[in-house]
Design a protein around this ligand. Structure first.
Ligand SMILES: [Zn+2]
Length: 150
């Protein structure tokens, strides 16, 4: 059993190298899980030099449901600015494709889940067909039992 609070947060969120900042639990709304990267200060992608932190960018990402509720990851991305004053470079923010592909409003998890599910059911048509047969059988059974109960 894991007892380290940082590791427990990583296990529950399903991501390593993150800090769980907090959770918003408002009735009738998705769980909003606030995270930040725990990674080291990156190097400037333009010149390879040092960078300074330049604020935060908050990004909300739709995630798979968790604990029976819809869930969003609220990623507090650190913004970075090149330390070179004579040649200012564009600022950039934390990026981690394990959390979400850049510029998407969806975490990486729903895509991986969809790939796994489509792999488990060799083609989507037969998967949907199997589901439809089950649904039709349940409908027939429930309509039969309804008519016999009258
Ligand atoms: Zn630079």
């Amino acid at each position: 059993m894991e007892k380290d609070s940082k590791r427990i947060a990583e296990i529950l969120v399903g991501l390593s190298g993150i800090n769980l900042i907090g959770v918003e639990d408002n009735a009738g709304e998705p769980l909003r899980i606030h995270i930040e990267c725990r990674g080291m200060r990156p190097l400037c992608p333009s010149c390879g030099g040092t960078v300074h932190q330049n604020g935060l960018r908050i990004v909300e990402l739709v995630d798979l449901p968790a604990f029976g509720r819809n869930a969003s990851i609220i990623w507090h991305k650190r913004r970075w600015r090149c330390a070179l004053k004579e040649r200012p470079q564009p600022s950039f923010s934390d990026a981690d494709p394990r959390i979400a592909p850049s510029r998407l409003r969806l975490t990486d998890r729903p895509g991986r889940w969809a790939n796994k599910e489509s792999g488990a059911h060799s083609n989507a048509k037969s998967w949907m067909g199997a589901g439809w047969k089950v649904s039709a059988r349940i409908l027939r059974k429930s309509s039969t039992s309804t008519s016999t109960n009258k």
